[in-house]
Unconditional design. Structure first.
Length: 453
């Protein structure tokens, strides 16, 4: 499932939550009637233990591969586990979980986004199980099979609260035919980026397919540029621990975004051409010469465009001291989480460990990678002959040996100020908010949220 980091301020009222409970937030349920934690199948019972599992894999379209894995698991474990599937599309999972919390009706396990912005309140409220215990008890997988950094999105106070099942790598693509047509070199500096942008604009070509709709995909681009300035890791840490974001580097990047907008580096309408699909479509359709995006978008790349695509390092920004060729934006995004109450139930715990073993198996990791292009967080050896998109292997190979850098999404300590950050990126990219207003506003949102806590 491709990550869809949308606008997060879905603050439901108490009345609305209860109005939606009966419909389980519109979730499609497959299997027998669900029971909550500690329901049928308790220890000592011969009946299958019921496990409610919420996920986003429907049996058709690009999620069919994942759906088949879940169905096969349910069938092969039917004598011991009654798996009740609650299928919820995309960001609707965020709303479902809020409603389930209000009704004390959380599933036993569900697929969810990492980061304190998304999972933080669940972790701090004690609703999620420490999956370090899963790794200790599983006989099929070791925690060391995963790079430790891949747990960052689910880490809090030294413990981890999710099994990462998806990860990403950021990259910058160029359409070599368009560069050759106008006798242009690939930009290596900001000044060169402005030069090629001028030529492309004169010929009706969008220079860089980058926009912002509910902050997507702009927030990753913002963080990519941010990492070119010294001290990015320390400043991400300050954001997480001290709730501080308004610093010199943050303002530098905001000013660069405003300058790019002024010099028409982006599409004229950055909102209509924002979000993952529309921005990438500009590049895939040959209407834009360059794009910065994430690996989950590669499945939308046509073979025709893939054939004329080359990958470059992000151009070096003014005054930056970190070589963009030395790092890559990469981390985990999404994973399996367990209801803490369910994991404490001995009967459910055994079943949840078996479910976890499916998602940590090499079969799952390799099938999802080769058939859907989904990057996992687990270390595996990739067979280039099995990769359906050669350019995916090229992107991964290019990232080898580079330092993996985090991003603001993972560093934000709370969902509400992160929603403000995402919302105001739309205005910054559209040129309707100044860099100063953006930086001050983001800090004010953090200050107010911290005071509320």
């Amino acid at each position: 499932m491709a990550l869809q980091i949308k606008k997060r301020n879905i603050f439901l009222t108490f009345t609305l939550c209860f109005a939606m409970l009966g419909a389980a937030c519109g979730a499609k349920t497959n299997g027998s009637s669900a029971t909550g934690a500690g329901g049928e199948g308790a220890a000592g019972s011969s009946q299958p233990v019921t496990i409610r599992f919420a996920h986003g894999w429907s049996p058709s379209g690009d999620t069919a591969v994942g759906a088949k894995f879940v169905t096969d698991f349910a069938q092969s474990h039917k004598d011991s586990i009654n798996l009740v599937e609650e299928v919820v599309a995309g960001d609707e999972m965020l709303t479902k979980i809020k409603v389930d919390i209000a009704g004390d009706n959380l599933p036993d396990a569900w697929m969810y986004w990492g980061s304190m912005a998304d999972s933080g309140n669940l972790i701090k409220s004690g609703l999620l199980a420490d999956v370090g215990e899963y790794f200790k008890e599983s006989e099929k997988v070791n925690r060391s099979d995963y790079p430790d950094a891949m747990f960052d999105s689910f880490r809090f106070n030294g413990k981890i609260y999710g099994i990462p099942t998806e990860s990403y790598v950021g990259f910058w693509f160029c359409n070599k035919e368009l560069f050759e047509k106008y006798n242009l070199e690939y930009p290596t500096t900001y000044e060169e980026l402005l030069e090629v942008s001028k030529v492309f604009n004169e010929n009706g070509i969008v220079p860089l397919a980058m926009g912002s709709k509910a902050g997507n995909p702009a927030h990753f681009f913002f963080s990519e540029l941010f990492c070119q300035y010294a001290g990015a890791e320390e400043k991400f840490s300050e954001l997480t621990n001290d709730w501080k974001v308004d610093n010199e580097n943050f303002r530098k990047v905001a000013e660069l975004i405003a300058d790019m907008k002024k010099n028409n580096v982006f599409p004229a309408d950055t909102v209509a051409n924002g979000d993952w699909g529309p921005s990438f479509a500009l590049y895939d359709e040959g209407k834009a010469a360059m794009v910065y995006t994430m690996t989950w978008q590669l499945k939308a790349l046509s073979p025709e465009t893939e054939a004329k695509t080359v990958q470059i390092n992000a151009p070096k920004m003014p005054g930056s001291t970190v070589d963009p060729a030395s790092f890559v934006s990469s981390n985990s995004t999404y994973g399996l989480v367990f209801n803490a109450k369910s994991f404490a139930d001995p009967a459910k715990r055994k079943a949840l460990i078996e479910l976890g073993d499916m998602f940590t198996s090499n079969e799952w990791v390799e099938t999802m990678f080769y058939e859907t292009g989904t990057l996992n967080a687990k270390d595996i050896t990739i067979d280039p002959n099995k990769v359906q998109m050669p350019i995916l292997f090229s992107v991964i190979d290019n990232a080898k040996g580079k330092k993996k850098m985090s991003c603001h999404w993972l560093a934000y300590p709370d969902g509400e100020p992160f929603s403000y950050f995402m919302e105001k990126l739309d205005e910054l990219f559209a040129g309707s908010m100044s860099p100063e207003e953006f930086s001050e506003g983001c800090q004010k949102a953090l200050d107010e949220a911290k005071e509320d806590r």
